[in-house]
Ligand binder design. Structure first.
Ligand code: ATP
Length: 319
């Protein structure tokens, strides 16, 4: 009898989910399994919005951001009675394996689901925040970084023409990864992230001096999780440095866009290793990527270990 396996996307969508869905369908069919799509995350699992998937469902999606099967945040999944309904829906369809593309919140939900109902699963880290312990890479991060890069490059054109300071706010929740990498790769003047305490007054003399020496503009990358909001930082530039300032909150454009080659390849690999692991009875893991390759890590460890930004990266901007 064919084994039935399902996939869902949960939490914030990322660019790379569609290439992952394509590989999921193609690889499971190749392995003589029956793939199922669960639409709209844990909500669809509770509402039995679960359908057989085939090649036609994934044709023409590899170049599209977002996720064809939808993602969601589900308050109901926080409650045991709805997780029980979710399990009954999977049982009715004889689905015995589940792949979840999501962030740490989604994995916390999965953790409870597993403890109560023992469904075989594999989690694939998928969040632009890149804040999941145990993996150096989460699906979608590279596309998000490239979207930020395009935005900063464009803003630089106008900033240099007008003699302005631009505060560019990036996503990342409490993690400064997107901001820090964007800073290191875009030549911005200042990077503010939640992981490093800062005092703007420490930059006042230096920035004023730079203007005297001919600097025409400043680009500041501010992570959304820092103590001040971007408007306050812009006001500081106007009042203390004496330069006209503007704020650009990049917002949801960071989630979208055509998946980069890296995200397409990572999607392919994450899915392949996830399915291989399930077939080898790795029943409760998150597939993590480190320099040494892909590893199945225990879900308990992943959800209960606080994420820490790479110290090597932090050192680059700590003085
Ligand atoms: P992102 O990093 O993009 O925000 P995420 O997976 O962390 O992704 P969350 O909104 O934190 O996104 O979680 C997604 C869903 O996972 C929630 O809407 C909820 O259904 C489920 N979930 C999160 N935490 C729990 C929990 N403690 N118990 C049960 N379910 C949970």
């Amino acid at each position: 009898m064919k084994k039935n396996i399902a996939i869902l996307c949960s939490g914030g969508d990322v660019s790379g989910m569609n290439p992952a869905l394509k590989r999921f369908v193609e690889y499971t069919l190749e392995k003589n399994m029956q793939p199922y799509f669960i639409y709209d995350g844990y909500e669809g699992l509770i509402d039995n919005n679960i359908k057989e998937a085939n090649y036609c469902d994934v044709s023409g999606i590899i170049n599209r951001g977002g996720t064809k099967i939808g993602s969601a945040r589900s308050k109901r999944f926080m409650q045991a009675k709805y997780r029980k309904i979710a399990k009954q829906n999977l049982d009715t369809l004889h689905v015995t394996m589940l792949i979840v593309l999501g962030g740490d919140g989604s994995f916390r939900g999965l953790h409870k689901f597993y403890k109560e109902h023992k469904i075989k699963f594999c989690g694939i880290p998928s969040t632009i925040d890149n804040d999941i312990a145990g993996t150096e890479y989460c699906l979608g991060v590279d596309t998000a970084l490239n979207m930020i890069k395009y935005s900063i490059d464009a803003i630089r054109d106008t900033a240099s023409s007008f003699k302005r300071a631009f505060i560019i706010e990036t996503m990342g929740n409490k993690c400064g990864y997107l901001a820090l990498i964007s800073h290191l790769t875009s030549g911005s003047e200042l990077c503010l992230i939640p992981e490093i305490a800062y005092d703007l007054s420490a930059y006042e003399h230096k920035f004023k001096q730079e203007i005297k020496n001919g600097r025409r503009y400043f680009i500041v990358i501010a992570a959304e999780g820092i103590k001040q909001n971007s408007i306050e930082i812009a006001q500081w530039f106007e009042e203390k440095i004496g330069i006209e300032s503007r704020v650009n909150v990049l917002g949801h454009l960071q989630r979208g866009g055509n998946p980069t080659v890296k995200d397409r390849l990572m999607a392919y690999k994450f899915i392949t290793y996830a399915i291989d692991g399930l077939m080898q009875n790795k029943n409760e893991s998150v597939i993590c990527y480190t320099e040494s390759g892909f590893h199945h890590k225990n879900l308990d460890t992943v959800v209960n270990t606080p994420y820490q930004l790479d110290y090597e990266l932090i050192k680059f901007i700590s003085s």
